[in-house]
Design a binder for this molecule. Structure first.
Ligand code: SF4
Ligand code: SF4
Length: 222
């Protein structure tokens, strides 16, 4: 899932400047789990905007706001309400905001900041475990990502600065390479640490950039 946080309200108000009638869109998936753009947050945002003199002409929480076809169909159903709005405030990740941008001519405002691809540890607790580097080496490190967990993103580690298992860059943070070492030791695979990882092929790096992934169409094999 995508972890998000709400933008400061002043920032949201600033972006809505000059627009009186607002339609609010939430996301029933990641933003709901993060408590940044679910039913409750949409309702709270409506209240706050009304106090600031805005007119909220409608609200909706779309199941999955990054699903552009779904957003298109929901916007079609609500076209009369949306038509009245000067602008749309989207409480979803950047992908959700851009789904909306694709299917409406109205001005679209992001209400959230997208933070990272998150693992959910427990309700309300999220961890970043993958930075989506485009060349996964978890097989070599036996499931612990050095790109994300090492403060320097070293793919040939450790750097030698760790103390008592903590990172030299941030003493609150576990050294990712110590964790990899421990995992390999448990499995009797410490020899893997001797393998040199060639620098990543940055032609395969996806960020910054805009990729399109198309799955093969399902059909009857001939
Ligand atoms: S190496 Fe790390 S950052 Fe790259 S894809 Fe694998 S888990 Fe994600
Ligand atoms: S101490 Fe560990 S986590 Fe920190 S930069 Fe060095 S290898 Fe990476």
């Amino acid at each position: 899932m995508i972890a998000t946080k709400q933008k400061p309200f002043e920032e949201i108000l600033e972006s809505l400047e000059g627009e009186k009638k607002i339609f609010i869109v939430g996301c029933g998936d990641c933003a709901s789990l993060c408590h940044t753009g679910g039913e409750e947050e949409v309702w709270e945002m409506e209240e706050k905007l009304v106090v600031e003199g805005k007119e909220v002409v409608g609200t909706v929480v779309i199941d999955v706001a990054c699903h552009t076809l779904k957003v298109r169909s929901v916007f079609n159903e609500l076209k009369e309400q949306i038509k009245q709005a000067d602008g749309l405030l989207i409480l979803a990740c950047g992908a959700g905001v851009q789904s909306a941008t694709q299917v409406t001519d109205k001005t679209v405002h992001p209400g959230l900041d997208s933070l990272f691809l998150a693992n959910i540890r427990r309700h309300g607790e999220f961890m970043e475990r993958c930075s989506m580097c485009g060349q996964c080496i978890l097989d070599i490190t036996r499931g612990i990502c050095p790109v994300t967990r090492c403060a320097k993103g070293l793919i040939n580690g450790p750097c030698g600065g760790a103390k008592d298992g903590k990172c030299e860059v941030d003493s609150q943070r576990d050294c990712g390479w110590v964790q990899i070492y421990e995992r390999l030791k448990e499995r009797g695979e410490l020899d893997r640490l001797r393998r040199y990882q060639a620098p990543k092929d940055f032609q395969r790096t996806v960020k910054p950039g805009s990729l399109i992934l198309e799955l093969p169409k399902k059909g009857i094999a001939k």
